[in-house]
Write a protein that binds this ligand. Structure first.
Ligand code: SF4
Length: 452
């Protein structure tokens, strides 16, 4: 890992390595052949893309394979189930035909739950004719997610990404639109929406002019009901030069100032997995620059085995965020998709890590909500493990729910030491169903009927 000194006159060139380039990454040459072979197999199914800045300045190659940023960006053998891995390894060794190879890959991808939590069936809104409105998701009444077409990639991909299906070039799995009009027409018809979240991929891969084309219409009086605009990004650590570039970076700061001058709350939802990401000088400068505009910075990340499954890492991360003026916001449970079995942490352990980390920081860093599962009925927070009337249970609540009336109402699940997701849990105290079950089923049936 080489420290980098930032000089605005000599910005590093953005250069990415993808699966095709694994043999030309110099740092990988020091790893065993078997490991490089495994990376090739895994990256045939799951997306791989890393930029040179991350390789040269964020990964500590002396600590590989345990280095968290290496685990965060480079494919790992355990990310595929043994049966899938062996199938592909054999196919590669037997020089299978390209069409058979592609068919095998497609089959494996379909088995990896590419769109968890009903993203496709339940969250994509429909027009009056029942046709899906591409590029939008509307799950909670007040918030619309927008997936701008130019923002459906990232400066580097995270190995665990739950949006992996967006990146594998399969158009049937993509959620995107290049039409700002889709967004504005929808928001015009939905005055109950107050928040728009620009997401991807990473919207910060877009040129400022493209981002402006989406954002500026929302500053007109017609969209006075849109009070908050959030932009989810990992560029602060994977490519901080996006904010520092004298042309594109400057234009971005001016755009952010215009958004705030129009009276909107503007928040950068920074994705930061490990405090190590917050050490590089360009990242610190980018944070400083953003803060001078008055934009709000919040940070969120999933809890991931091999990367940050340790309370010390989280305590240090939250503390560092507070010192840098970033509000710690969410700790997520890894979603049930892609390479989940490699990265998952049990719910019981997730809660322990959250609790122990929180106990090591002051109240200023305890603004983090979680551990939270973004499940199909809503965002479910694990409040704790207790014994009530002789039964060991998880206390849970919705932080967000498809029906806002479910929000913040505690409910209980039988304790299960191996559970890693809401689907693995059963209601406690002899209840046969969750309190929200019937209404949720009705919502699903109605949605499916509209889509048919
Ligand atoms: S930056 Fe976000 S969207 Fe992009 S790969 Fe990482 S987790 Fe996924």
């Amino acid at each position: 890992m080489n420290a980098i000194h930032f000089d605005s006159h000599t910005l590093p060139t953005f250069e990415v390595y993808t699966a095709r380039d694994l043999d030309r990454i110099p740092q990988l040459q020091r790893l065993p052949d078997q490991m490089r072979f495994e990376m090739k197999i895994v990256s045939a199914v799951l997306p791989f893309r890393v930029n040179r800045y991350v390789v040269e300045h964020l990964i500590d190659w002396d600590a590989v394979p345990h280095d968290p940023i290496f685990q965060l960006t480079f494919p790992q053998r355990g990310m595929l189930a043994p049966a899938h891995f062996d199938m592909l390894a054999k196919a590669l060794q037997n020089r299978t035909s390209p069409s058979q190879w592609e068919a095998t890959i497609q089959r494996i991808r379909r088995e990896l739950n590419p769109h968890p939590a009903g993203q496709m069936e339940l969250n994509v809104p429909r027009d009056d004719e029942g046709n899906p409105i591409e590029g939008l998701q509307h799950k909670y009444p007040e918030t619309v997610l927008f997936f701008p077409a130019q923002g459906q990639t990232c400066h580097s991909y995270c190995t665990f990404c739950f949006r992996w299906a967006q990146f594998v070039g399969d158009k049937t799995l993509r959620i995107a639109t290049s039409q700002a009009r889709q967004l504005t027409e929808y928001l015009r018809r939905h005055p109950e929406v107050t928040d728009v979240l620009f997401t991807g991929g990473d919207p910060m891969v877009m040129k400022t002019a493209h981002l402006a084309a989406y954002l500026e219409p929302l500053l007109t009086p017609e969209f006075a009901h849109i009070r908050s605009i959030r932009i989810g990004t990992k560029a602060l650590t994977f490519w901080p030069f996006r904010f520092l570039d004298p042309n594109e970076g400057d234009a971005l700061m001016r755009l952010f100032e215009r958004v705030m001058a129009a009276g909107k709350h503007l928040a950068i939802m920074a994705h930061v997995n490990h405090w190590r990401e917050l050490q590089a000088e360009p990242t610190l400068l980018a944070i400083e620059r953003l803060r001078t505009t008055g934009v709000m910075l919040r940070a969120q990340a999933p809890l991931i085995r091999h990367i940050n499954d340790d309370p010390q890492i989280w305590a240090k991360l939250w503390q560092k965020e507070v010192e840098l003026g970033i509000i710690p916001y969410y700790m997520f449970v890894e979603r049930d998709t892609g390479a989940k079995s490699h990265f998952a942490v049990t719910l019981a352990r997730a809660w322990e890590i959250y609790r122990q980390a929180a106990s090591r920081v002051s109240g200023l860093a305890r603004t983090v909500r979680g551990p939270s599962m973004s499940a199909s009925p809503g965002k479910v927070e694990i409040l704790g493990v207790s014994t009530i009337a002789g039964e060991k249970v998880f206390s849970l609540r919705f932080l967000q729910a498809r029906n806002p009336r479910w929000t913040y109402r505690p409910f209980y699940a039988q304790f299960d030491a191996s559970a890693t997701w809401l689907d693995h849990l059963k209601p406690a105290f002899g209840e046969s169903e969750w309190f929200w079950h019937d209404e949720y089923r009705r919502m699903i049936t109605q949605r499916q009927a509209r889509a048919a």
